[in-house]
Design a protein around this ligand. Structure first.
Ligand code: ZN
Length: 544
């Protein structure tokens, strides 16, 4: 019997927690030292932070670790924590509920984009190696009673130490928890464990509900004889201040600048991630009353347009429509089967190739086409454009931002914007070609922005309240054909709003206005064109 070599459960928890605190919490402790610098008067407190979060982590792990669960639980935590540490250290990303949703919706291509040698090293040294150690360790066999007693002892001691620390440094911790709440996002593994459990409870509590119908009275205004053709381009990860239309010093909009577009300069996104923003953009819910489950289970603008007889089509060169196009015709353009323009990846322009045929094959009714771009999806910006669009050099040709200069990262990102500029000009060309038969219009709005290294932040997805403008301010562009009836659209009014603070909230009602859909859910104040034929207009005016 090799009993002397076997270890107790408590020992394994203590040693694993120490490993997690020392090696997977660099981002957290960096954040703490950023707020409480390493000076003499703070040292005792800084040590206490380490011990306190050590104790809390060990207590939480103790609750999940028993005779038969301890090894799988610790191995899963170590592996997940190594991934989390990699993303926090490399991109300052945090693993909150939205991020869990993003991860679950991530497809193979996006995962490959994020893959790197550094990630492998993180996972190997911080995940796999310690996991092997846990796996090889023999755990002392004890009776259930003895195991329970030692578990209670361990939790008791850890709790007493935590309480003592909170009491001794109560002044510090009061401000720590109140004023620096965002630091908690970086506690590994506690924060992602909380996020997973929140996500799981929410999904469990909100099973599939029947679809909530809205705007049941909707119908196209009887006076609308013209056919509307509106193409809505949903941008990806484009930030407003990298459009030269908005004053960016590099010429990223060489083609759009020459076209008669209306560019809105002060527009905010609904969220900071695709999974949050895209459903919100097309929903009747505004950012202030955003509710993920309600949005998912309520008809959106595409449903309403389809109900009133508009031909609706969604083409997707991104991950998916995030549920928006579940009830309308949908086609995936990330495969060479549908997209004729694929090289290292399928290009946004491929979505336009057969669009004229689609338009020609619908001889009656209005048409609404949504094009969901790959756009500026990171971190591999250099893959987002064909070679001919590499205007700014040198570019960052890796997803390892630390091995690139800020300028290289920004060059690759800006080249992808140039490709979007080209793509949008092609959409406008297509709309122009159809303007003899249609009142045609382009809508372009990005889903959210992107951090490009400002204050050490990269990518997007930070909680809205702590996210910088780089992640929240989006480009928003409209274009109308000359055939668009001047009686319906007050261009002067529209142009007077180019610098007004606007948001994704305006999309739903502006689309109702442009298609001249009359319904009681229409809100004129959110419609940029303030469509004047709506019978619901006068109600709004009367009620003032
Ligand atoms: Zn996105």
């Amino acid at each position: 019997m090799m009993l002397t070599d076997s270890k107790s459960q408590s020992w394994l928890i203590i040693i694993s927690t120490l490993f997690l605190m020392l090696f997977t919490n660099v981002a957290f402790f960096k954040g703490v030292v950023g707020v409480y610098p390493f000076v003499l008067e703070n040292i005792a407190f800084l040590i206490s932070v380490f011990i306190l979060f050590y104790c809390l982590t060990a207590i939480i792990l103790s609750l999940f670790c028993y005779r038969y669960t301890i090894k799988p639980v610790l191995i899963i935590i170590l592996l997940l924590s190594s991934f989390t540490a990699y993303f926090m250290d490399s991109y300052s990303s945090i693993i909150d509920e939205t991020m869990i949703e993003n991860i679950l919706q991530t497809n193979m291509q996006e995962a490959i984009d994020l893959f790197s040698i550094k990630q492998v090293l993180y996972v190997f040294f911080l995940g796999v190696l310690p996991s092997l150690f846990i796996y090889k360790t023999t755990i002392t066999k004890t009776s259930l009673l003895r195991a329970t007693i030692s578990k209670i002892k361990l939790i008791g001691v850890l709790t007493m130490i935590s309480v003592a620390i909170l009491w001794l440094f109560s002044d510090y911790y009061f401000s720590f928890f109140r004023e620096h709440r965002s630091l908690r996002y970086y506690i590994n593994p506690v924060y992602y464990m909380m996020s997973i459990s929140k996500y799981a409870t929410r999904s469990y509590r909100h099973p599939e509900l029947p679809l909530q119908k809205i705007a049941t009275d909707a119908e196209i205004s009887s006076g609308d004889d013209d056919r509307e053709l509106i193409i809505f381009v949903i941008g990806e990860t484009a930030r407003a201040d990298h459009f030269s239309l908005n004053g960016y010093k590099k010429k990223t909009n060489p083609l759009l600048e020459k076209l008669n577009i209306i560019n809105f300069t002060n527009v905010s996104s609904c969220g900071t991630s695709t999974a949050h923003s895209v459903p919100c953009m097309f929903s009747i819910y505004t950012r202030d009353n955003y509710d993920k489950n309600k949005i998912k289970n309520t008809e959106n603008i595409l449903d309403i347009l389809q109900k009133v007889g508009v031909n609706v089509l969604w083409l997707d060169n991104n991950s998916s429509s995030k549920g928006v196009a579940d009830r309308v015709p949908y086609q995936d353009f990330r495969t060479a089967e549908n997209n004729p323009l694929c090289d290292i990846e399928c290009r946004d322009e491929g979505m336009l190739v057969n669009l004229q045929d689609y338009i020609d094959s619908h001889p009656t009714g209005d048409i609404f086409i949504a094009l969901h771009q790959m756009g500026n999806h990171g971190p591999a910006y250099y893959k987002r454009y064909p070679k001919a669009f590499e205007k700014f050099t040198p570019t960052c040709k890796t997803n390892q931002f630390e091995s690139c200069s800020k300028q290289q990262i920004s060059n690759a990102y800006d080249n992808a914007i140039i490709y979007t500029d080209y793509f949008l000009s092609k959409v406008i060309e297509l709309l122009k070609n159809n303007s003899n038969k249609f009142e045609s219009a382009l809508f372009y709005a990005s889903d959210h922005g992107e951090s490009l290294g400002e204050n050490g932040l990269y990518l997007h997805g930070l909680p809205y309240m702590m996210a910088p403008d780089a992640q929240k301010k989006i480009p928003f562009i409209l274009w109308f054909s000359e055939s668009f009836d001047a009686d319906d659209i007050n261009m002067h009014l529209l142009k007077s709003k180019v610098n007004t603070p606007l948001s994704h909230d305006n999309i739903f009602h502006t689309l109702l206005g442009l298609f001249e859909v009359n319904t009681h859910v229409y809100e004129k104040t959110l419609d940029l064109t303030e469509y004047k034929n709506s019978p619901h207009n006068s109600n709004t005016d009367d009620n003032r």
